[in-house]
Design a protein around this ligand. Structure first.
Ligand SMILES: CC(C)(COP(=O)(O)OP(=O)(O)OC[C@H]1O[C@@H](n2cnc3c(N)ncnc32)[C@H](O)[C@@H]1OP(=O)(O)O)[C@@H](O)C(=O)NCCC(=O)NCCS
Length: 258
């Protein structure tokens, strides 16, 4: 248990970091490729921090977060991208449907995000962090040159795969040696991250998302998907799909699109 005075100080510091969500992603080392100025896309200003030492994140955030997101999504124009609707069997006998995140998914994605763990800093997310992160998912699902696919099992979102272009805006450059060895330039590739709820990992959801993401990225005109990750699961998926993995401690992966 963290003493209240420390919790308040910590809460205040992190709550006032303008890019707390992005920092959390950076330190988690799972998706440091995906820096972008979320704030530039957001029309809502910051709200006071809520407690993030919560054992039940939904208890504090659901109403506030959902309300703000519904307002944001109502104004968002969804581009006419090719439909993705792919069902495949999972190792436990169930089926997973992978499709694009849509405007009607606000409730579901809020629930998913509250339970999603990119890294150790997720537990610090305050309401505004959550709103910003989910706005970014909605924005990328709605727009071209980026996409967000979700995995649905038994009617619930259990995983998410996102990609973006804009390598020029990334704080960490894509490994140039990897690109040149594969005869790719940064503008040929999109940058991906993938997340599956802990309780649903290891049964094929991540692989299903990655396969569908390759189709979406091909439709988007990309030649390859890259990601930076320390996750052995991602590395395994990438290798099985014929991709390459650099030899760094936190390697870059690349899957060429056929
Ligand atoms: C990475 C992630 C999305 C994978 O999703 P998933 O649904 O568990 O993936 P799958 O079940 O489709 O496949 C995982 C594969 O990796 C294998 N795997 C798991 N842990 C492994 C390890 N430590 N070493 C080697 N292989 C491993 C699994 O056996 C499986 O391979 P198989 O189908 O050949 O048996 C999920 O683990 C996750 O969300 N992790 C946290 C967030 C993260 O790190 N994301 C990556 C940032 S890009």
């Amino acid at each position: 248990m963290i003493p209240t005075q420390y919790a308040r100080i910590f809460n205040g510091i992190v709550g006032n970091l303008p890019k707390a969500t992005q920092l959390a992603k950076y330190f988690s080392s799972t998706s440091s490729t995906l820096f972008k100025d979320v704030n530039a896309r957001n029309s809502l200003s910051s709200t006071p921090t809520k407690s993030f030492f919560s054992t039940d994140p939904l208890k504090f955030t659901k109403e506030i977060v959902t309300g703000k997101l519904n307002a944001y999504v109502a104004d968002l124009k969804f581009a006419d991208k090719p439909i993705i609707n792919i069902t495949s069997p999972l190792k436990d006998g169930r089926e997973v449907l992978v499709r694009r995140l849509g405007p009607k998914d606000v409730d579901q994605i809020v629930g998913f995000h509250a339970n999603a763990k990119w890294g150790i800093f997720d537990s610090m997310a305050n309401d505004q962090n959550r709103v910003d992160a989910i706005k970014s998912y909605m924005f990328n699902a709605a727009n071209t040159d980026c996409d967000v696919l979700v995995a649905i099992v038994d009617g619930a979102i259990v995983g998410l795969a996102e990609y973006e272009d804009r390598p020029g805006e990334m704080e960490e450059r894509i490994d140039e040696n990897m690109l040149s060895e594969l005869k790719l330039s940064a503008s040929d590739v999109c940058v991906s991250k993938t997340m599956v709820l802990e309780k649903m990992q290891g049964i094929g959801v991540g692989a299903a998302l990655k396969k569908a993401q390759l189709i979406s990225a091909r439709d988007g005109g990309f030649e390859a998907i890259v990601s930076r990750t320390a996750s052995q699961s991602v590395i395994n998926i990438v290798k099985k799909l014929g991709g390459t993995v650099t030899s760094d401690v936190c390697p870059w992966t690349c899957i060429r699109i056929e």
